[in-house]
Design a protein around this ligand. Structure first.
Ligand SMILES: NC(=O)c1ccc[n+]([C@@H]2O[C@H](COP(=O)([O-])OP(=O)(O)OC[C@H]3O[C@@H](n4cnc5c(N)ncnc54)[C@H](O)[C@@H]3O)[C@@H](O)[C@H]2O)c1
Length: 149
């Protein structure tokens, strides 16, 4: 895909880290930028700097993701690029002994599930909705309608 101002991109987790770097790199090529993130201040500031649009989106929340796509597409058009960087991690041992009591403890499943909901289900939610939107686009030279990372 040739990157220029005819292309729109959405970057989830675009307010910081890998997502912000991706947004900056695509904007440098002229691509119109949409940022999804929970961090409103940083996301708004970066969107402003890049002449793009920010939507406060929680990727674990269906309605929030739908509203984000609606807002960003209304501003910059249907995205041809989606880059998923929204995510987080936790570092907890699968099993360990409590430091005070010595009692064996296992990984808290609620904390495991939270990461799965953000990094896996949230990412796939955005992929599926973006791909559905890309079906409305004409194919580019070479036949692709878009690209999802
Ligand atoms: N940086 C690395 O070298 C590296 C290496 C391997 C994996 N990762 C993973 O890649 C992802 C991005 O890494 P990063 O270094 O850019 O982290 P980061 O914390 O700088 O950026 C992640 C962004 O995602 C946003 N976010 C978190 N939960 C969200 C949610 N529910 N909805 C919307 N946005 C949400 C955060 O607000 C943040 O702006 C993380 O999952 C990280 O674990 C990073």
């Amino acid at each position: 895909m040739k990157l220029d101002s005819s292309i729109s991109a959405i970057i989830t987790g675009g307010a910081s880290g890998l997502g912000a770097a991706t947004a900056r790199a695509l904007a440098k090529e002229g691509v119109k930028i949409g940022i999804f993130d929970l961090q409103e201040d940083k996301g708004e500031a970066l969107a402003k700097e890049l002449g793009g649009v920010f939507a406060k989106v929680n990727v674990t929340d269906e309605a929030s993701v739908d509203a984000g796509f609606e807002k960003v597409r209304a501003a910059i058009g249907q995205e041809r690029i989606l880059v998923n960087c929204a995510g987080t991690g936790n570092a907890i041992k699968t099993a360990s002994r409590n430091k005070e009591t010595g009692k064996p403890e296992s990984f808290p499943l609620d904390k495991f599930n939270l990461i799965i909901q953000i990094n896996l289900v949230g990412t796939f939610r955005c992929i599926a909705k973006s791909a559905a939107g890309m079906l409305t686009l004409d194919p580019l030279e070479g036949g692709d309608r878009g690209a999802i990372v």
